[in-house]
Design a protein. Structure first.
Length: 186
């Protein structure tokens, strides 16, 4: 797909966003329906993103999208998916903002997309963590690590080892909490 075709598709996305869409109630979120303005904003953002990628080239585009598993080994189990879960320490319902993988302590954790290490350190609940910015407002966070590899500002490649599964912070065994965040502004 060449840059003209990508730009053409981005223009079509903008046209779709101008169609008056009915409000949609998300079954998991009872109080906040998706609004037309949100959908228009989202499609505008996506169109700008695609136009930007057409200029930079497709390899860089795909490298910056988190499209691989954070654990290379098949020796893991998805314990908790994104959504509501019962918190292990207090027994109360809480919002889980990512996916929790149970894996043997020391399993390699890899960057799911190319980017730059934005932050790393220790948080009382999340334990040792590393946060990577992938451009276009996309950030991934890897928590409960035993070891983090890298320093702030360091460039990482998709698939590069950035840490090891651990038991730091609030957890009940060796695990990885993997989160993808889309920041509001691009």
């Amino acid at each position: 797909m060449d840059s003209e075709e990508i730009a053409s598709r981005a223009g079509k996305l903008r046209q779709i966003a101008t169609i008056s869409l009915p409000k949609y109630e998300n079954p998991e979120e009872t109080s906040e329906p998706l609004s037309v303005s949100f959908l228009q904003s989202y499609t505008d953002t996506l169109a700008r993103f695609l136009e930007n990628c057409a200029i930079r080239g497709t390899k860089e585009f795909w490298d910056q999208l988190p499209t691989i598993s954070p654990l290379s080994s098949g020796d893991y189990l998805v314990m908790v998916q994104f959504g509501t879960e019962i918190e292990s320490f207090s027994g109360t319902n809480m919002r889980n903002s990512g996916i929790v993988f149970a894996a043997p302590k020391g399993t390699s954790v890899r960057a799911t997309a190319a980017g730059t290490i934005e932050e790393y350190g220790f948080h009382p609940q999340k334990g040792h963590f590393i946060k990577i910015s992938h451009g276009n407002g996309v950030v991934t966070t890897y928590s409960h690590l035993d070891v983090t590899m890298g320093v702030r500002g360091m460039a990482v490649k998709k698939g590069e080892t950035i840490g090891r599964v651990g038991e730091s912070g609030w957890c009940v065994g060796p695990q990885l909490l993997y989160e993808i965040e889309k920041k509001a502004s691009l």
